[in-house]
Design a protein around this ligand. Structure first.
Ligand code: GLU
Length: 455
């Protein structure tokens, strides 16, 4: 049987980073097994679902390179199917209309809470007709045999079992045209011939309900694999209060390969830290997926990104950065930036390569020495550079500047104002390297301008 998996995001928000991880694991499993990876948009919540969110979910998956097979399935296009299945189940007496009102159900829930028993509704009046009474939601008639259980073998967690008697006659639709999550998922997964449902562990409690719906429909139950959640620093499920949870929000700072690498290695043991998607396919196994949640460690993400940036083809790097249309540095010079970059937006820290730096003249001051001292050495540095033949190479210039530093008696007093003159920053690669990227003329201009600032 061909492996078919899916992710089923709701377009009520951006693609959550946790769903992006589920998408990756589904995608890896599908590719490992020569199967298919599908995308289903769960847009039955008409009030909260939007086309914009749907588009942003598609964009995020494309950005991450998690291409789905076939067409996008939308639950909103399946309403006739849900109705048909509900009518069939009603006629078979497997589901029924419940006429209890919201107030009655709420009173029951509160009483159960008081008695510390799990909330559930067992209906004493199962009706196959909607009738005219208020309420009228549709529930599954669940066996109440005290010993009966519903269980499954989770591909990651092993045997999981629930007591059927604790589930009550749970609701599956608000009306024939308003299916609820558990019911719609089962109808769709069966329709799409999904073989493995791979999703977050927050859905474990839904699984017994879904299995009972499969059984009521006389359908084969797929295999389930519940992934650990991504956690915030306080070990609770990653949410907006921990920071950015939208996968697409990472686009401005990270390469998609790095995000995929990070999400992949976060909850699955691989043989090394830097992994391509292709390498992950080879090694992916449910047995290597962790059982407990992992904390989202942005430092780790930054490090992984820095490794990917370092190995990026310089032409691609400049295309992604697009700092000034057409601007780029030679391949060698590009490494001055790519060797030091963790987040893409940090490239702005190197903007002195493509635009004049702006800074306060006080920055030219070296430690406790006064500004005049810096200007004095800077004026000498200008002369040194003026006399220096750039053809002789960086080491030659470094040698002359070092000799001058010995004379001055403080290396910082030479290199600090030189660095600031070229970059306008406290931190940068070696100013001699920068001078050779800028070239003699621009270097002289900047040093001269700095020396003039003090007057
Ligand atoms: N719409 C559900 C969610 O986003 C789908 C869960 C599932 O994969 O069954 O959580």
């Amino acid at each position: 049987m061909k492996v078919k998996v899916r992710i089923a995001p709701s377009p009520t928000g951006f693609l959550h980073i946790g769903t992006a991880q589920s998408a990756l694991y589904n995608w890896l499993f599908a590719h490992k097994n020569g199967g298919e990876f599908h995308l289903r948009i769960e847009d039955t919540d008409k009030e909260r679902s939007t086309k914009e969110y749907e588009q942003s979910i598609l964009d995020a998956l494309e950005w991450l390179g998690l291409k789905w097979d076939g067409k996008v399935v939308r639950q909103s296009e399946n309403t006739a199917k849900y109705r048909e299945v509900l009518e069939q189940l009603l006629s078979e007496g497997k589901v029924f209309y419940c006429h209890h009102t919201k107030d009655e159900l709420e009173a029951e829930r509160q009483a159960q809470e008081g008695e510390k028993v799990p909330p559930q509704h067992v209906c004493n009046h199962k009706d196959s007709e909607k009738g005219t009474t208020p309420g009228g939601i549709i529930r599954l008639a669940v066996t109440r045999d005290a010993d009966s259980t519903v269980s499954f073998e989770d591909e990651i967690r092993g045997h999981i079992e629930f007591k059927t008697s604790l589930l009550g006659d749970f609701s599956i639709a608000k009306s024939l045209d308003e299916p609820l999550y558990n019911f719609a998922v089962v109808v769709d997964d069966a329709d799409m011939e999904i073989t493995h449902v791979i999703r977050g562990e927050d859905h474990i409690s839904n699984t017994p309900k879904q299995i009972l719906i499969y059984e009521a429909l006389g359908l084969a139950v797929p295999k389930f694999a519940h992934l650990p959640l991504i956690l915030g620093s306080d070990k609770s499920k990653l949410s907006k209060r921990h920071g950015n949870t939208a996968a697409i929000g990472y686009k401005k700072d990270y390469l998609p390969e790095a995000v995929i690498n990070f999400l992949g290695t976060l909850s699955h043991t691989f043989s090394k830290e830097i992994m391509t998607k292709k390498e992950m396919i080879e090694e992916f196994e449910f047995s290597k997926v962790h059982k407990s949640g992992a904390v989202f460690d942005v430092k780790k993400l930054n490090w992984i990104n820095s490794q990917w940036v370092k190995n990026l083809d310089p032409a691609i790097f400049w295309k992604i950065m697009n700092v000034i249309p057409g601007f780029s540095l030679s391949d060698d010079d590009t490494t001055l930036i790519t060797e030091r970059l963790e987040r893409l937006s940090d490239a702005q820290e190197f903007s002195y390569f493509w635009k004049e730096p702006e800074y306060d003249k006080e920055l030219l001051k070296w430690k406790k020495a006064d500004l005049d001292k810096s200007i004095e050495t800077l004026t000498e540095v200008k002369k040194i550079i003026d006399d220096f033949d750039f053809e002789k190479g960086k080491d030659g210039l470094r040698k002359v500047l070092d000799e001058f530093s010995v004379k001055v008696g403080d290396k910082g007093l030479v290199y600090w104002p030189f660095r600031v003159a070229l970059t306008g920053r406290e931190k940068s690669p070696d100013p001699v390297d920068i001078a050779f990227v800028l070239g003699k003329e621009k270097t002289l201009e900047r040093v001269e301008k700095a020396a003039r600032l003090s007057s």
